[in-house]
Structure formats: structure tokens, C-alpha cells
Write a protein that binds this ligand. Structure first.
Ligand code: F6R
Length: 242
């Protein structure tokens, strides 16, 4: 595991955006695993700027997103499809037919099976982008006494619902279940890049980078078993981690 400590969150976003641009330039038809949440938003802005400046071409890129809330349609302004369109896809020259965000509505089991198939369709992701939950969740694989390897429906924890309430009018509006890639899906990616900022992530990052323990109580700790992981954090978070 490579841990990159940058001066600032902005620099972390620039670092990850550069990695993605380099990959796309080297392999124009690469497959990217993408994440939502607050953390990658400024990084996506940098990808948009690079695309508009002619420094990177997304026309042949394929993407698969980690997760989607259950029970809200893709037109809802908090759906992850809406998030991806408004924060990235609408502003770059990607073919939306080559982008996949799981369905949050309809037959949950069929939707999970479809996500599982998309993770491997045309090969696994060349790069999987991740954020991390305050409780160490990656995608929506929540801290628990067990983890699931394949795409599935997950009941969100109180910690995640509280953290995501900031995006909704009120906490009661936050969906309580989500469809998510499983741990095996994330571990299958050729390269995993996790970006984190903010002191709320201190314990989660400690469990990820500080010792050699793997525990289902911090799902991100499973990444210790992956050969090509880059964790990008800023100095403020690194200082708190110790
Ligand atoms: C989002 C996702 C989640 C977030 C995590 C951190 O697709 O899979 O695991 O990465 O909840 O969210 P933020 O960035 O809002 O702190």
C-alpha cells in the first residue's frame, strides 16, 4: 500500500485527477470504477477542466459506479446517477451509454445481479476510485461482523445515515438501504485509489494504514490484501492519524 500525504485536500484531488488522466491517456478505452460522496467532487472538477483543456479524452472510457441508494429514482437530485451526471458526465466527452450506475428502483436482487455482471463486463476496472466512511466503509460495505464479496443490498448504519443527512432536507429522507459492489468486486480492480480528508475520517484511516490488522469492523482494512492500493490523504488528516 502506498500512502501519499499531500499539503492540502486540493493537492490530493489534483494528485488523483492526474493519476486518472495519465491512465486514460495511456489506455484510452480503460475502465474506471467511480465513487460519489462529497470527497471526489473537487477531483471531478479537475477532470472536467483537463477535458475542456484538451488534456484528456474520455470518449472511449467505460465507467461503473460503486453504489446507488435504494428507493429513489435516478431523476432524484440525491441519486448517484444524478450525482455522476451533474458532477462529471454532463461536462466531459464521455458516451453516457458507456457509464453504469446501478438501479435503485425495481427488483433489488436483479439490480444487484446486474451490477455484479457490470463489474466484470469487458474486464475488471483498471482503476477503482474510493472514498471512505467515518466507520471505515468502502462503497456501502458497512462495518459489521461479516462482509459480502459480491454486489448486494446493504442496510445502512446509523453512522452512514447521519453522515449523509447533510445532503438531504432531513435525516428521515436518507434512504436506509443501498445497492453496492461487494468487497470482492472492489478487490478485483487492478488498482485502487482511496482519497480521504477531514478529521472525521481519522479512525477509519488509522485502521487502514497504521497496523497489520484486517477486520470486518473496518472494511477498508481489507485493502491491505490488495497489491496495488494508493491512499491519498492531506497533511491535516495524516497528523491526526499520527
Ligand atoms: C460513495 C461511496 C461511499 C463514500 C463514503 C464517503 O459512492 O461509496 O463509500 O465514499 O461514504 O463519503 P464522503 O466522501 O461524502 O465523506
Amino acid at each position: 500500500m502506498k500512502v501519499v500525504v499531500t499539503k492540502s485536500y486540493d493537492e490530493s484531488c489534483a494528485y488523483v485527477a492526474d493519476m486518472i488522466c495519465k491512465l486514460v491517456n495511456e489506455k484510452p478505452n480503460c475502465k474506471l470504477g467511480l465513487a460519489t460522496g462529497g470527497t471526489p467532487v473537487p477531483m471531478y472538477k479537475k477532470l472536467i477542466e483537463a477535458n475542456k483543456a484538451g488534456k484528456v479524452d474520455f470518449s472511449q472510457v467505460h465507467t461503473v459506479n460503486l453504489d446507488e441508494y435504494c428507493g429513489i429514482p435516478e431523476t432524484h437530485d440525491q441519486s448517484y446517477r444524478y450525482f455522476m451526471n451533474t458532477n462529471l458526465f454532463d461536462h466531459i466527452n464521455i458516451d453516457k451509454a458507456n457509464t453504469y450506475v446501478a438501479k435503485g428502483m425495481g427488483d433489488a436482487e436483479a439490480n444487484a445481479a446486474e451490477l455484479e455482471a457490470k463489474v466484470r463486463e469487458g474486464g475488471v476496472a483498471d482503476l477503482q476510485l474510493l472514498g471512505i466512511g467515518n466507520n471505515g466503509h468502502i462503497a456501502f460495505n458497512e462495518a459489521s461482523d461479516h462482509l459480502i464479496s459480491v454486489a448486494h443490498i446493504e442496510k445502512l448504519t446509523e453512522s452512514t445515515i447521519n453522515a449523509n443527512a447533510r445532503f438531504f432536507e432531513k435525516k428521515e429522507d436518507v434512504p436506509t438501504t443501498a445497492i453496492t459492489m461487494g468487497m470482492g468486486d472492489i478487490m478485483a480492480a487492478k488498482c485502487v485509489v482511496l482519497i480521504a480528508t477531514g478529521l472525521a475520517k481519522t479512525d477509519a484511516i488509522k485502521g487502514l494504514v497504521m497496523d497489520n490488522v484486517i477486520t470486518t469492523q473496518n472494511p477498508s482494512s481489507m485493502l491491505k490484501m490488495h497489491e496495488n492500493v494508493v491512499v491519498v490523504i492531506d497533511q491535516e488528516l495524516a497528523d491526526a492519524v499520527g
